[in-house]
Design a binder for this molecule. Sequence first.
Ligand code: SF4
Ligand code: SF4
Length: 510
Amino acid sequence: MDYTKWTRLLEKIVTPDGKVDYHRLAERRAELDSVIAEFAASSPQSDPDAFASDEERLAYWLNAYNAFTLNAIIAEYPITSVWKTRDGAFFQRRRHRAGAQAVSLDDIEHEILRGKFHEPRIHFAINCGSVGCPPMRPAAFEASGLRDTLWAATERFLRNEWNCRIDRENRRIHVSRIFKMYAEDFAGAEATAGNYRRGVLDFIARHLGLERDSIDGYEVVYNIYDWGLNDSAREPHLGPILFHEPVEHYSAADSELRELHLYEGNFCNRTCDWCTISGSPGGWYRPYSHAILEQAVATLAADGNLKFYGGEPTLHAEAIIDAIRFLRARGFTGLVTVYSNGIKADRLIAILESDPRVEAVLNYSIYHGRDAEPLPRHAKEKLDRWSAAHPGRIFKGYKVLFHAGAGARHDFDRDREGDYHGMGTGCVRCFPVLTTKGRFHACPFAAEIDSPHYDLGKVGTDPATVLRNYRTFRRWIDDTLDPAARARGITSCELCHTRLQELPTPGFEK
Ligand code: SF4
Ligand code: SF4
């Protein structure tokens, strides 16, 4: 395949820092159309003889991905993010013709590039139109010398401090979220969380020419991902409070739980009519006992992620601070996350200031005042100010509302539906919960449903049994819950919250 036209176009529209000049691209729409037509005319699938080597096939799909992305953006430009397109299905919609096939960007990335080539460096070559992506290459990928080109692209990406920063003093490496989103692509054969981390460290050492030993045992911290459009006409816009993504993975091969929620009850200073645990001032609260916290430490990996939620944890801020202190004294070194509505801003800040490894996640709807009474102005200003001075400590949650708890039977507008954001209608597959009533519950969204379907154990249950039960629960989601919800035409959360008794229990060990 001859990529001359594609290279000529890229030379004109890509800036030296790898952004895209979309105004210029709009002026050259005919050139882009002609490039797109070339990708539509022939592909490795429709014309295998023309793509005889792996390199030729790989080059085609890398180029096609980047060209299709630009084509989809320019069709809706001006937009500020690929998440703000009209149908919200930027990555999912099969609107691109590659030879005889109609493909989506997700098809190319996950099924073809990741599925067939097993080349982790593709993540530093494909560009989904966001600031967090690798810089756009100002020329096509060519089959000849492709592996060297990919190596150079990876090195360039990692040399940017935003994508990889080594903090020798604290023995930490802050890396792009790309390493989290595709962790399994960087790990060895065995898919465990520890292996993912070691794989990231190996990969970084190799590509930056570092002695592997010099970063051995370093903690990997994932930076936030800037989904703003990679538009040369606009400064990257990172608000003080950014979108939160979990940092831990579930792997059935793990020998310890990587993440655990701690739940103190649904007592809250708000009553949101979509709240997954039906929080309200009439809700219950039970404080953390030492027995609960000891059990949490015994059950969770020492460097895992512990998540406090309720109800509203800041209503008992001192208790949370004491609990964190206790956990640290018992050897827990991992990340602590506190979910809060942010109304008691001073108390939330006090929790954050009590320990450097605590982050807070604010409720999206309350922070933005969407479908909820907004955060009082003084609280929002305080949190924004503190967050600007302490980047990466306060985040906001996702905008999707789930058909769970008080929201089980609600209709939400499309923009609040998981399906609209490519999350599907199935179970979210959260990590489990330890409640202050001393029970291990399989799902934080369903913590108010007392049913054997979620009963992983209690305080005193051997941590290995809790983990085995959680694995059983994950299999039950795949084999029973999600298929049953699909068959009934409802979301899995709605099924859990309205018709759970129709399902057999997962069959846990006692
Ligand atoms: S969503 Fe949060 S703030 Fe609203 S009722 Fe539930 S726990 Fe309270
Ligand atoms: S589907 Fe059920 S188990 Fe999964 S997140 Fe929703 S309420 Fe929880």
